[in-house]
Design a protein around this ligand. Structure first.
Ligand code: MF3
Ligand code: CO
Ligand code: CO
Length: 262
């Protein structure tokens, strides 16, 4: 097993791709409202990514193993959808919905991958708490990143925070190395044991993207072979950043201006 260490010129390209991916999440926010379909959101993002950013939307026609090609340019995962929700004109947002929008762009061959949660109208107290705790899980995971730390430190920080809130961590999907490949080594689990797993080194780039469920952790894959839902149909939330390991810690390549991060 070998994990890529990026060169300075590759890092520069990852910085550009990361910023552009983040800008799509900034752009789409004002379009997320009741009555809008997830297909509308896909079309708006696709046009922005292709026409304004001159990027490629990485999900479009993406294949993973035996799955059929992903048919859209972004993932939209509403309420009990855990991840990889397929935008559809039949999925019209209504007040109280929560959703994750996951953006991956390719610029100059390199990937930026990031997602955030959006709310429509006023979500339930539980939904708001799930969204907040999941974002805290992401940040706590990120804070573990520095040369010499282990992937297990990241997973443990996330799992501990989620379970303390009596939520559960999805096990079947994880963060991933990212560079000129969308999904590369290592697998970044969102649960684990401190001191275990791959040791981080300066120049590694990977995503952290915890999926946290309000109920039990178990999931089900729908017959479209992409959409992942909670088995108990309770809510799920996810936030994602692309991270670079730096000599003194980390750099969040997909940081948005709205984020005040310490
Ligand atoms: N962006 C997702 C991730 O964070 C992957 C989506 S693959 C797709 O890894 F084909 F569903 F788009
Ligand atoms: Co990812
Ligand atoms: Co993603």
């Amino acid at each position: 097993m070998s994990i890529r260490l990026l060169s300075e010129s590759e890092i520069d390209k990852m910085r550009v791709a990361g910023k552009l991916a983040a800008s799509v999440l900034d752009m789409i926010g004002s379009h997320v409202k009741a009555g809008v379909s997830t297909e509308d959101l896909d079309r708006i993002c696709h046009e922005y990514i292709v026409d304004d950013l001159s990027c490629i939307p990485a999900p479009l026609n993406y294949r993973n193993g035996n799955s059929p090609p992903f048919p859209k340019s972004i993932c939209t995962s509403v309420n009990h959808v855990v991840c990889h929700g397929i935008p559809s004109e039949r999925k019209v947002l209504k007040r109280g919905d929560i959703l994750n929008i996951d953006i991956t762009v390719i610029k100059d061959g390199f990937h930026g991958d990031t997602s955030k949660m959006f709310t429509v109208g006023e979500p339930s107290v539980l939904a708001k708490r799930l969204i907040a705790i999941t974002q805290e899980c992401l940040y706590l995971g990120i804070r573990q990143v520095r040369p010499g730390a282990r992937l297990g430190d990241i997973g443990h920080a996330i799992q501990t925070h989620a379970e303390r809130a009596r939520f559960s961590v999805v096990r079947e999907f994880c963060g991933h190395g990212i560079n000129d490949k969308f999904h590369d080594e290592p697998m970044v689990l969102h649960y684990g044991t401190p001191g275990q797993g791959v040791e981080l080194q300066e120049g590694m780039a990977f995503t952290i993207e915890p999926m946290i469920n309000a109920g039990r952790r178990h999931i089900k894959l729908l017959t479209d072979e992409w959409t992942v839902v909670t088995r108990d149909h309770r809510l799920s939330a996810q936030w994602e950043h692309t991270i670079l390991v730096m000599d003194n810690g980390y750099e969040i390549l997909t940081l948005r201006e709205e984020e005040t991060f310490h």
